[in-house]
Design a protein around this ligand. Sequence first.
Ligand SMILES: [Fe+2]
Length: 198
Amino acid sequence: MLKPFAARKHVKMQEVLMHPEAEGPEFHYYMIRGGKEKQNITVWETGMVGGEYIKTYGHYHVGKLNETYRIIQGEGIALLQTRKKDEAGNPTDDEIESFKAIKVKTDDSVFIPSETGHLVANIGKVWLVTSDDSTVSFEEADPVSLPGHADYEAVKKMRGFAYYVIEEDSQIVLVKNPTYKVVPEPIWLTPEEYARQL
Ligand SMILES: [Fe+2]
C-alpha cells in the first residue's frame, strides 16, 4: 500500500523538546516519502517552540544505512551525534562520542554515515525543504510512525539529542540536554569542512 505522506505532530514532538510543555504548531514538519528512487521530501515549519527552533525528531539508522540530505530551500542546523559503545560493542544511548553542528542553506548537501544520529532544525524565515535518498517501507501500517530503517527509541528515551538548538540574544546557541551522562563539546563545521572530514 502506497502511503507517501506523513506529518509530525506537536504531541509526538513533545517527547524530544527542551520544553515539552511549551505551545507549538499542530504540525512541526511534513514528509513526502519516495525512497531511493523518487527521494523523500521534508518540509519544516518556521519558528520556535519554547525557545527551541522547530526540528525533526532525530533518529539513528538501524544497520549499515547511510543517506544524503540536500537543502532545496531555507537555512538549518544539522546535528550529528554518535554514541560511545560498551564492551560488547553495543551503543550507549546516554554517552555521546562526538557531536557536530553544521549550518546549512540552499544547495548544501550533508552525508549521514550509518550509526550517526541526525536531525535538522529550521533557523530561517521560510519553510526549510530538503530531499534525501533514504530507503522507506511503504508496507508500514502507520507511515507517521516513521521509516523502518530508523531507531527513534534511543532519542525518545533521552528526550532529544545531546544539545538543543535555541536562540539567545539573537544568536544561535546549543544548550546541553541534561538527560545525557557524557556529552562532548559540540564541534561547529561548515558543510565543506564536514565533507573534508569524511
Ligand atoms: Fe535518517
